[in-house]
Design a protein around this ligand. Sequence first.
Ligand code: SF4
Length: 78
Amino acid sequence: TYVISSPCIDVKDRACVDECPVDCIYEGARMLYIHPDECVDCGACEPVCPAEAIFFENDVPDKEASFTRINAEFFDDL
Ligand code: SF4
């Protein structure tokens, strides 16, 4: 899955939402989140993010590592 990380917070540009072919990017109060079970790993969202907040799960920088869990847990609460 792809993961949205901290640069999205209070930005929510939404360019990624327009690119996602399976509509698996959802809006929260302060950032966007990718549903880990719905993402098909197409990679279309990553290059269009102006904040460079999106990473493939294996490429998430260490300082953003908690966001893999944060994306998944957003959907636990729905
Ligand atoms: Fe959507 Fe593709 Fe990005 Fe996954 S990698 S969130 S399917 S655009």
